[in-house]
Design a protein around this ligand. Sequence first.
Ligand code: UTP
Length: 297
Amino acid sequence: MFKPIRKAVLPVAGLGTRFLPATKAVPKEMLTIVDRPIIQYVVDEARAAGIEHIVFVTGRNKTVIADHFDRAYELEETLKRRDKNAALELLQKLRPSAGSTSFTRQQEPLGLGHAIWCARDIIGNEPFAILLPDVIVKAQKSCLAQMVEVYNETGGNVIAVEEVPEDQTDQYGIVKLAEGQSGHAQKIAGMVEKPALGTAPSNLMITGRYILQPEIFGLLSGQETGAGGEIQLTDSMLKLMEDQHFTSVEFEGVSYDCGSKAGFINANLAFALDDPKLAADIVPHLSELLGHKNAAE
Ligand code: UTP
């Protein structure tokens, strides 16, 4: 038996510059996919995987995230008085229980690796999950739950990966698999951040979900800045790989990079089309728009 994965870190201290001006006063993670903020999908995924405690690494302008996961006392009392029971139950269901969240500040956005390091005292000496909150995964079974299943077999460190077209490998972190691997869980021999086109060791990109051993914190604390002048998580994972094994999981589901405009809009469409009532309104309009577009071309 390996130590269970009880805690997850959600780094939410980034500036979200790709979404300016929307993210000037509203955190990127609070932008809405259909009827709930992006961060709610990620918290739901973590809780569905059995995570008991969520650590948010925040920055300035992010207090609304803590408010979102708090009890909205006045609102709930008003809903109760007005017999809006379905809305009330939904709010209660989506709220993590008291004491199961922590918030710590990164103070300066020095990079993803630095954000994770800021959670070191709250995580302590146990393996933990990281979920990048700008990625949401639409799946029957929570992506992190699929990774925990693999972790329970392999122990060590586990990374979610998915295939990308060869001509896009230069935009992502890409893993190198060990020789002779097959199946959906495979041993990783290396990884590289944004390799130049034609040099990628595979077409499997790192999706933004990790299970890591606590030794990562010691490596992060001594780490220099890397690509883009930021403290990169990948650099410390590569060092950790010298002593510990890493397994990749090709999860079942579709990921959306909601930190990019196209990913955000695609996620909204995908989740909206799941709702038959919304779909009935959206599909005719989409067809009309596409008809106009095709006619103009
Ligand atoms: P990104 O680089 O995708 O997010 O980091 P960003 O910096 O907010 O967005 P852009 O590029 O300016 O539009 C991936 C995740 O890591 C967090 C971000 O909040 C995001 O969820 N992050 C990044 C931090 O928490 N701290 C950092 O210093 C950097």
